[in-house]
Design a protein around this ligand. Sequence first.
Ligand SMILES: Cc1cc2nc3c(=O)[nH]c(=O)nc-3n(C[C@H](O)[C@H](O)[C@H](O)COP(=O)(O)OP(=O)(O)OC[C@H]3O[C@@H](n4cnc5c(N)ncnc54)[C@H](O)[C@@H]3O)c2cc1C
Length: 539
Amino acid sequence: MGAMEWSGGLAERPGRGRRVLVVGGGIAGLGAAQRLRAHPAFSQLRVLEATARAGGRIRSERGFGGVLELGAHWIHGPSRGNPVFELAAEHRLLREKDLSEENQRMETGGHVGLPSVTYASSGVSVSRELVVETASLFHSLIDQAREFVRGAAAPAPSVGEYVRGALRALAAGWTDREDARRLRLALMHNFLNVECCVSGTHSMDLVALAPFGEYTVLPGLDCTFPGGYQGLTNHIMASLPEDMIIFNKPVKTIHWNGSFQEAASPGETFPVLVECEDGGCFPAHHVIVTVPLGFLKEHVDTFFEPPLPTEKADAIRKLGFGTNNKIFLEFEEPFWEPGCQHIQVVWEDMSPLEDVASQLQDVWFKKLIGFWVLPSFESVHVLCGFIAGLESEFMETLTDEEVLLSLTQVLRRVTGNARLPAPRSVLRSRWHSAPYTRGSYSYVAVGSTGEDIDRLARPLPEDGTEAQALWTPVLRGRCASSSCVHLRENLRLQILFAGEATHRMFYSTTHGALLSGWREADRLIALQDPQAQLPGPQL
Ligand SMILES: Cc1cc2nc3c(=O)[nH]c(=O)nc-3n(C[C@H](O)[C@H](O)[C@H](O)COP(=O)(O)OP(=O)(O)OC[C@H]3O[C@@H](n4cnc5c(N)ncnc54)[C@H](O)[C@@H]3O)c2cc1C
């Protein structure tokens, strides 16, 4: 193992407090660090971030004359009680209308709003009436799918199978002409693809039905950050000392249940040692791991030494983590009507009731659900497309030119305008290829339950059962001497887990991630200071 890196010119507050390392500088890690820093017991605190920037999946970039959100886009459920909304409001990062009581009271049921216009692959626009009717049917099926959490036996393993089963029964009663029926089913197929983007999955057939309703929708009409989502993480960063976060420091292995020492702290032992890719090592009392579930899945066998208990490793393997990407297109002139906010694209040869086997390179673009028109760009006109699943991962392997060409063809076809000018340029996210993310966000997959989220979130060692034999008598409290008591305290909560995938009600969101970071910081504070008054909110 390489050099011990804890000190080295970093301005520490005086006194020997608990040493805490936070792995990952996304909103969960930054939130945990901010909370711990406010407590005197945690004067020795570092955040190790693998990349050159903070924010993780909150990533706003300047481009095309405005701000492009490559990661998180909306505050889901922006209302009092949502900590992301509250922080954003406090720092004046939101528009007046998004702060209004009326906006906060809106109940959307978590459904994506209706498109302004729907284009079909034959080059016609679909009647508003049909879109509204089909959307309302689809949303009622999704609402029903959420009800099985209340205890009724789920009639299918997945949300996709449940929706398709209900749809098949309904479609048997439809008396439309064949082309109208096809269009209805094609719309349904698009709505299922929208739901894949929402859940960050390849197919709703992968999303478990019984726990689907555990995900909790907060009131409020989703809103965006006019200056960029990253304004939020920048504010948290600004409250931390500059040298607290160490960039370009990917962690390779977390050694725990050990007894590590360093020359700079003679006589002190640490149960954890964090080893970085560059060979640097950080001994610590506690580590808060906030790396994405996609990274954990890929490295579960090597990231922890000794390996994780089977139950936790299984939870990591079973929970779902899929891809949702954005494709931004910049146009010289808009081809859409003024006031248009959302363009839906429907493929009439696609149906949720039929499986069509095709090569990804021939059909990947059919998974794209459509485009959102980005507001507040001055002289340019920008659309943001969303695409989930394996098609999205395939898109990441293409060049910008290939993506631009395919989407130009799609737009010409669906608008029926073969001369539609090609976009000037394209920019996209590639979350599946990102080595420290490996996808977009988590979901409860078929074969897992919400209990797996709790298993992932549980710290190690919790009650001593995971401690190596050497420490067992100490952890189980059989020894009452003051040095044993000290040692016992020293060994608890070595590894804590935060990040969006560890929040049972709000997984996949920024507020779930932030709350999880606060939860783990509070857990450590409560260990040190059982009398501490912990701030809310505790959603
Ligand atoms: C395309 C997209 C759209 C989204 N849209 C929304 C939305 O509209 N609303 C919403 O609420 N949420 C949205 N989300 C989800 C939201 O962005 C995440 O839930 C949230 O940002 C996750 O925060 P986190 O701190 O848990 O993880 P992250 O932000 O991923 O932070 C983890 C950090 O760990 C670092 N890391 C990984 N491995 C290592 C290692 N070995 N060593 C050191 N550091 C490491 C990573 O580089 C990263 O910075 C979206 C996500 C994506 C990808």
